[in-house]
Design a protein around this ligand. Structure first.
Ligand SMILES: [Zn+2]
Length: 277
């Protein structure tokens, strides 16, 4: 089941608010209960897929939308687990005779990887829609305001995090990266921080070569004064996930790790939680 996170309905009254669906939450190794980390950011008018994993059209259909209506794809970085399904997504759009232009946003390397995929599979000769390639200075997609920030992950791979704002709801996303301080200003006071976490603080030395510990993510959430933290890009081992959650909650109690049964729905209360770790 996808994980849907929305702000309190009361704030937005009649109209639908922006929501974020966690399409996948595993690290580089996809596993039984999740594909690699990928998100869907949606308002009533705009749909943005953030990183592309698994069977992208199927993931979107499960959230109730078709890849045909997707407005944009945003790639955080050019690592394989974040971008391998991009050609499949474009292919599905071709099979459905898409004509609406598609915006693809990412840093130089991320765009380069996506363009290679398109050329390698000769998708450019097939598709009847335009792909608009845009860099990470893009500050608006439809009615979603976007800010990007640079993160350190691996020396050879630039990574960008993003803050999404619409309908009075602010979500900041920190993909693969080593804990970042000072925090990007645009991420402060978010309703929701979605942060990658590679393991426990006791393994900090190894994890901090390219990732963030659960404790560090929680400290960042606390420092940023966000309302809720969701850890993604987590390891497969359920016991380790639970330990990471406990570690994070010792600093920032409003922390979640998605499970296959986790569903956070818009509805009555802020961040209603069912069946979470
Ligand atoms: Zn990566």
């Amino acid at each position: 089941m996808p994980v849907v996170i929305s702000p309190p309905a009361a704030v937005f009254k009649e109209r639908e608010s922006m929501k974020v669906t966690v399409l996948g939450f595993s690290n580089g190794l996809d596993c039984l209960d999740s594909s690699n980390t990928s998100l869907l950011v949606q308002t009533e008018r705009t749909s943005i897929m953030v990183d592309v994993s698994s069977s992208p059209r199927q993931s979107l259909l499960r959230t109730g939308i078709d890849s045909l209506s997707l407005d944009a794809v945003l790639i955080t970085h050019g690592h394989i687990d974040h971008v391998y399904a991009f050609p499949s997504l474009i292919h599905s759009m071709w099979l459905q005779n898409r004509t609406k232009p598609l915006l693809v946003v990412g840093n130089r390397l991320a765009i380069e990887v996506c363009k290679h995929f398109v050329l390698y599979f000769k998708l450019d000769k097939k598709i009847r829609f335009r792909i608009d390639w845009k860099d990470v200075t893009t500050n608006r997609i439809g009615d979603v305001r976007i800010s990007s920030f640079s993160l350190y992950h691996r020396p050879e791979v630039p990574v960008n995090g993003f803050t999404f704002v619409a309908d009075g709801f602010k979500v900041s996303y920190f993909p693969d990266s080593v804990a970042t301080l000072p925090l990007p200003e645009c991420s402060l006071f978010s309703d929701l921080m979605i942060h990658e976490a590679g393991g426990l603080e006791k393994n900090k030395e190894e994890i901090n070569l390219s990732h963030t510990t659960a404790l560090q993510a929680a400290m960042m959430a606390k420092t940023a004064e966000v309302k809720e933290l969701v850890l993604v890009h987590v390891p497969e081992n359920p016991k380790l996930r639970q330990e990471m959650l406990d570690e994070a909650r010792s600093v920032f109690p409003n922390t979640l790790i998605p499970t296959s049964g986790l569903e956070l729905t818009k509805a009555r209360e802020a961040f209603s939680i069912f069946d979470a770790l």
